[in-house]
Design a binder for this molecule. Structure first.
Ligand code: SF4
Length: 373
């Protein structure tokens, strides 16, 4: 059984709720944040493996915590785990004060993922973000001042009323910061968001899908021209800066998930933790693992996941690893599917890898479905 070498920690609190957001998060005011941290620390202490190669603290927004809460969490993580590689914290630009960056640095955080979304002041307001354009610059300045070696920016496109020119300007500004990693996602209208309600009432001017696709291709070219190569459907990095933690997910490897609503994959079992926060706290205080769902994957399910997660990466699925993991030859297991997709020019099938072509990437979900038996 594969050893767990990665962990995700979920901080489900935000100082402001964005209009498009359907993530697992709560408005921080009146939330039992200290109790939550106590339980999170307790849950982490139940982990069998303590030597990790990657750690990702996300949310919600981890930087919504106060300085004291943040220090409590950071120090507990360091007591529990020895993190030898990439250690990422998600942060909102307006919350990344010098004091907080100094703390993150002191406890070994070596990568920041900044929720920028756009540099356009008007669009930031439309998205309901708590930060302004200037905050992005000061967050990056603070991160560099305290020697955080790696910075990633999260961007969005296909936003309400967004023109190609506005998106281009945001990309230009992001590139001017010379960061080593960018993640960029097209807006998807999710139910139970303010955006969705506005859209239903005909009050949200969404760009059409063609413009969204145009923005996507424009972005791939523009980022590549500036040394940020696409390595996954929505992720771009300078040489050597692809996210090691995210690759754990896409390579279908094991990881712990700690916190309310967090998911994990341990010893062939996919699980998700209970939510909401109060329920999670009750479970942990009662000494119970706060599990909401747990599923032991069959060999067939593991193989399917290996394909559709691995195909998200430009490098694709490694055939040798596939054989080592599952005792099956990929070309035999998916003979008809591979032939069919290759004939449609949706995949490359090389002696070592199966990967999506440019066309395949545009209709990735269709290709992934072909591998479900
Ligand atoms: S900061 Fe992130 S998690 Fe919080 S509401 Fe906005 S998008 Fe959602």
């Amino acid at each position: 059984m594969q050893k767990v070498k990665s962990a995700y920690i979920h901080i489900p609190f935000c100082v402001k709720i964005c209009t498009y957001c359907d993530f697992n998060k709560y408005f921080i005011q009146h939330q039992p944040v200290d109790d939550y941290l106590t339980c999170l620390i307790e849950e982490m202490s139940w982990a069998k493996e303590t030597n990790l190669t990657t750690m990702f603290v996300g949310g919600g927004t981890p930087t919504a915590l106060t300085v004291d809460q943040l220090e409590r969490l950071l120090s507990a993580i360091n007591k529990q785990f020895n993190i030898s590689g990439e250690y990422t914290f998600e942060a909102n630009p307006d919350e990344l004060t010098e004091e907080k960056v100094a703390l993150l640095k002191k406890y070994g955080v070596n990568r920041l993922s900044l929720g920028v979304q756009t540099f356009d002041e008007e669009l930031l307001k439309v998205l309901g973000r708590s930060h302004q354009r200037a905050d992005i610059y000061s967050a990056v300045r603070n991160a560099r001042k305290y020697g955080i070696p790696s910075i990633s920016l999260d961007l969005m496109y296909q936003l309400p009323g967004q023109t190609m020119q506005q998106f281009d300007e945001s990309l230009t500004e992001a590139l001017s910061l010379d960061v080593d990693h960018i993640s960029s996602y097209g807006l998807i209208l999710e139910k139970q968001t303010q955006f969705y309600n506005l859209y239903q009432k005909g009050k949200l001017n969404m760009p059409n899908e063609d413009l969204g696709a145009e923005m996507y291709h424009f972005m791939i070219d523009k980022l590549a021209q500036h040394g940020l190569q696409q390595y996954e459907i929505s992720n771009f990095a300078k040489e050597g800066h692809a996210s090691a933690h995210n690759k754990v997910y896409w390579k279908n490897e094991s990881y712990y998930g700690f916190g309310a609503g967090a998911s994990g994959y341990v010893e062939g079992v996919r699980y998700s933790n209970t939510n909401p926060v109060n329920h999670y706290i009750e479970q942990v205080k009662a000494g119970k693992r706060p599990i909401r769902t747990e599923e032991t994957l069959t060999l067939n399910e593991k193989i399917e996941e290996e394909m559709f997660l691995g195909l998200r990466m430009n490098e694709g699925v490694n055939k040798l690893r596939f054989e080592e993991k599952f005792g099956q030859v990929l070309d035999d297991y998916y003979r008809d599917e591979l032939q069919n997709l290759e004939a449609k020019k949706l995949i490359y099938n090389t002696p070592t890898h199966v990967a999506l072509t440019e066309e395949g990437r545009v209709i990735g979900n269709y290709v992934f479905e072909a591998f479900i038996k």
